[in-house]
Design a protein around this ligand. Sequence first.
Ligand code: CO
Ligand code: ZN
Length: 331
Amino acid sequence: MIDLVKQLVACDGPSGHERVVRDMVRQMAAPYADELRVDRLGNLIVRKGKKAANGLRVMLSAHLDEIGLIATHVDEHGFVRVSNLGVVHAPYCLGQRIRFLNGVQGVVGHEIEGFTGEKITLDKLFVDVGAASPEDCPVQVGDAAVFQGSFQEVDGRWTGKALDDRVCVALLLETLRQLKDSPHEVYFVFTVLEEVGRKGARAAAYGIDPDVGIALDATATGDTPKGRKMAVALGNGPAIKVKDAGIIAYPGLVQAMEAAAAQLNLPVQREILMRGATDASMIQTARAGVPSGGISIPMRYVHSPVEMVDAQDVHQAMTLLLHILENSIQL
Ligand code: CO
Ligand code: ZN
């Protein structure tokens, strides 16, 4: 799966600009799909299997988009000013290289004197693309950019940009390839616009009208110095979502996931994420309501240029998901 993740994070796909990533995923998914389509918002929807008597229509989601920056204006000296696409923490931008989708590369500079406790905010940062005037600047208002954090494997841990949520895109692709006998009609949905309000999942869920929804996404951890107060740690197994800022997961689904993990003798953690939400919250409230939850990958430094996951957590999440899909689900 590592090669898959590497290929996926090498693509740039900030919210609203998911086409390159989607085309790659589409090509990889096509040989294993019973049906494949891209909806009007750009969600890639891949169906595998038909609903058997003891089966459900299951919607799985992983988002294609990554956080990024968007040019708001170019100042009189040719420096590009930017705003956020999704939740971007300004301190993480300092000293970074970023890449606009038109190929222009830039260095993030700042107008903060001496770093003496002044709050670092995006409006104090600028992108130096080597221009001396607005006329000379190869970036236009509205052009989007992403971090350049390249992928590295360090001692069983994967690091790089956009692991949120490409690691789960890879996980879904691999699950699609490996899924054999399932009583369920499974929709693998690669969503757009998650980082800007989870809008892709809402539209996709309406179209699919699933019996149950499971979002695959990153979650934060509480295992770094002075980190969040949170019971999730890197390397302790996949996290089963109980609650985040957008959803209380359907209790029957949490139980079904934990029962599957127990059968497999697989370590899992319960996830309570105080800030942040996933596609699950949108699937839950689609149409007349869909019992929903999530399997989350513990991730350090989420939404930074160098996010970090543990490879074993990812592999175990896939084992768990396959087991859930290959058996009947008691909600
Ligand atoms: Co995210
Ligand atoms: Zn995410």
